[in-house]
Design a binder for this molecule. Sequence first.
Ligand code: DC
Length: 234
Amino acid sequence: MKITIDGPAASGKSTLGAALAKQLGYLYFDTGVMYRAVTLAVFQHKIDIHDEAAVTALAQSIRIEVTPPHTLDGRQYTVWLDGQDVTWNLRGPEIDANVSIPSAYATVRHAMVAQQRRIAERGNVVMVGRDIGTVVLPDADIKIYLDASVEERAQRRHSELLAREQPSDYAEVLAKMQQRDLLDSSRAASPLRPAPDAIIIDSTNKPVGIVLAELEHIIADRRLDKAALKRVTP
Ligand code: DC
């Protein structure tokens, strides 16, 4: 089965997607890291982030690989950018503040989507992002759209930063998240929105365990539906 989880920043996609994939024995793939890696490469190569052609050429030339964690420091996976471990570099405030710019370029998205589809072809997968159910895997078996109030999402991100001993100011995190929400949902190329056949879950005020149980329920129901369909159409 292919399961997609889309939603805005800090809606719980990665935590839930990873937990679900682990439980099902599926591959977990967080597509946000690809756009983050492109943004980091733009800074490393000192390219003008507003130069769409240059950013696209760079996106087409870099090698982004995601592997199981190669060290135990709380990471869910290791991200390699041209052979360099950049897992934590992708989570810095400079990346958060700029990642929506390359993500809005249709040509950059084209290159990333092709790689994402190739990864999904490997088989059972839980793929998370913004446009997975709408554009990348429109034929997915189960599409989830995970939402939460922007205040709660900002609080989650603020707590995450503090837990990693990084300086953080809640009001600033909230303002930046509102700005990123606006950019991600108003861009012309594959904007953030639920697929028409997505199941929308609001995780505001819900502990992770409760949302995970909801997801498990949805998957179990869908599996039963598929099994019943197989029986009537052999
Ligand atoms: O999920 P995240 O916060 O790591 O994603 C970082 C950015 O990447 C997000 O602001 C928009 C972009 N993105 C995207 O445009 N499409 C995706 N499928 C995943 C992420």
